[in-house]
Design a protein around this ligand. Sequence first.
Ligand code: PLP
Ligand SMILES: N[C@@H](CCOP(=O)(O)O)C(=O)O
Length: 417
Amino acid sequence: MALWMFRRGVVLRCVNCGEIYEPDPFLFKCRKCGSLLEVLVPVEGVSWSSFRGRGVWRYRPLLPVSDDVKPVTMGEGGTPLIRCENIEAWLRDRYGVAPRVYVKFEGANPTGSFKDRGMTVIASIARSLRVKLVAAASTGNTASSAAAYTARAGLKMVLVLPKGKVAKGKLGQSILYGATIIEVDGSFDDAMKAVQDAVEASKGGIYPFNSFNPWRLEGQKTIAFEIAEEIGVPDFVIVPVGNGGNISAIWKGFNELHKAGLIDKLPRMVGVQAEGAAPLATAFEKGLDKPLFVDKPETVATAIRIGRPVNWMKALRAVKESGGLFTKVSDDEILSAMRMLASMEGVGAEPAGASSLAGLLKLVEDGTIGNNDTVVLVATGHALKDPDAMLRASTKMLHASSSSEAAKLLLEMAEKS
Ligand SMILES: Cc1ncc(COP(=O)(O)O)c(C=O)c1O
Ligand SMILES: N[C@@H](CCOP(=O)(O)O)C(=O)O
């Protein structure tokens, strides 16, 4: 086993039965009950001054890989945490409520989404293992990120994508980075099943970069580290949820800081799902402790068009343990939030990314979030990922038949303003 790769004291634990395993980069499910695993990293002796440099690798003392592993990195992480004073003023005018609102803009990562945080860690592990073939199912962002990081690591990448359901920017990126692509007739959940089945049958011959691989999620917990280091612990962190990996990783990050004594409280985690793809939000609403899987998920937010989230247990636990909640938003609310974030704050997020703002509006309206609350919206992906959605979200254009007519229109506008 590749024990040299892992920090001393790191173990794997089953999220369901609690069984503990030695760190094994090829173990993705509990041998006893078949549930997913999580990585436990020792936090003793870690202080704020342990962290050096910037981005994901700044937090190396809390990452599970040993110092002998050479990172495959492009400077991912260290994304801007942007105060949204225009949205705050709008909320004050409209609802008489004044929370402090920040956006963690994950679109600023090298391939335009939070996935890069996970991929830098898992690509470093995979390169050290010299794996022969990497695979991932994707709604698009995992694909483009995995394709980029495997290209950089010199690894062979195969992506399984739901045919016709991946936003153009993401598909274009995946092609550009040189991955082999299998388009499957079916949904993301079908693509995911194909990867899980093939990984299991290959007995180590195919290495998965999806979030059922717990080592990948370790990179994503650095979102929590960056937020806490920059502004302390917010009252709410609002996260768009599809497969459920990211919200659980962020929650894990806050917990590690808490355990290390670096923060003295924890945030409430809010998961946002689209109405047409809400297996977790619906279960939460009904007080169930299992998801209500959706066979034909539908939403304009293609990144979270997922009916059978593999990390459902971790995601439900994150929300419940934190005293948080799930909420559902409609496609119209998502597109309107996308427009609002861009036109009021200059932050261009893809539909799934903007759904965190749509969630905030719901929770301000129903009184869950109020005065003096500090809220961080995780804007998970860049607007450029999905040009069709940008065009759907944008306002109508004026037309001029000549340059002189365009100049005339401009002058008329100047007179009126
Ligand atoms: C832009 C974007 N937002 C949100 C999500 C949902 O994250 P998770 O699947 O970890 O719940 C994804 C994909 O997973 C995504 O690509
Ligand atoms: N939205 C995701 C879905 C699958 O990704 P994973 O993070 O669960 O591996 C994507 O971008 O493909």
